[in-house]
Design a protein. Structure first.
Length: 263
């Protein structure tokens, strides 16, 4: 983090803090905003209203809660559109989503978090939703675990200095020792799963995309409702997922990750 400004503007800081809160939760209520900022509900309401006015948040007319707005999404998409890895992986992500007709994502690591960099939503009526721009604890989702499994042990422990890990559901891995055992199984199998570990109604499958120039470039994931997930569906999804990750890896091997993306 850079040093705190000598003369900070508290209203600006509060507004930006609320925007960052969208990284952790999909919906922000006035009570959430008030608690996060340590201000009165009326002050929190005025801040959220200004974000709404500028398009950084939308308000549900029924619940009065706020969700990320189009301006926030547009800024995020404009940023990720300049990332070469995203541009290169996109065709393989699209092909994977078409073949399996389940929601597919391209996920990268940021510290101990997994970031959903890009995604294609399933056309099915019952499906998992897109998470583009969202962050989740890496140990709680399949894409995060697939990428953590590629790290050497010292680097894994640097990212997870504590033996206790945050849980998102009762099924989430709760200790570093459990995580290390899980990652050993991921390395042996060549893929990672997430069965109700990030959401009680979501199952996921992921394969890391290797890159010869350094660590894994990211991971491709497929997610679906748990009501549609069983051993047969896992086997049906795994081969297309592995093929897409291999194709993406070959494409990335011939293009440096830091090249400027085409407009």
């Amino acid at each position: 983090m850079p040093p705190r400004p000598t003369h900070p503007l508290s209203s600006v800081d509060n507004a930006l803090t609320l925007l960052l809160l969208f990284r952790e939760q999909d919906v922000i209520r006035i009570s959430d905003a008030s608690r996060a900022l340590g201000v009165s509900p009326s002050t929190a309401s005025r801040l959220m209203a200004m974000l709404h006015y500028r398009g950084f948040a939308t308000q549900d007319p029924q619940t009065r809660a706020y969700r990320p707005g189009p301006a926030l999404v547009d800024i995020g998409l404009a940023a990720v559109s300049r990332i070469d890895a995203r541009r290169i992986v996109r065709p393989f992500l699209e092909a994977l989503a078409r073949e399996v007709d389940e929601t597919a994502h391209f996920v990268v690591l940021d510290g101990a978090e997994a970031v959903f960099l890009d995604g294609i939503e399933s056309t099915r009526s019952v499906k998992t939703t897109l998470r583009i721009g969202h962050r989740r604890p890496a140990h709680a989702i399949s894409g995060g675990k697939a990428l953590l499994a590629t790290l050497p042990e010292p680097e894994l422990r640097r990212r997870y200095p504590s033996g206790r890990l945050a849980r998102m559901t009762p099924q989430t891995i709760g200790t570093r020792a459990e995580l290390e055992r899980e990652l050993a199984a991921v390395r042996a199998a060549g893929y990672a799963t997430n069965i109700r570990e990030s959401d009680p109604e979501v199952a996921g499958l992921a394969v890391a995309i290797p890159h010869p120039g350094g660590p894994a470039a990211g991971a491709l994931t497929v997610s679906l409702p748990t009501s549609r997930f069983d051993e047969d569906s896992l086997l049906m999804l795994l081969e297309p997922l592995r093929a897409a990750a291999a194709d993406a890896a070959r494409a990335l091997a011939s293009a440096p990750l830091d090249a400027s993306a085409e407009a």
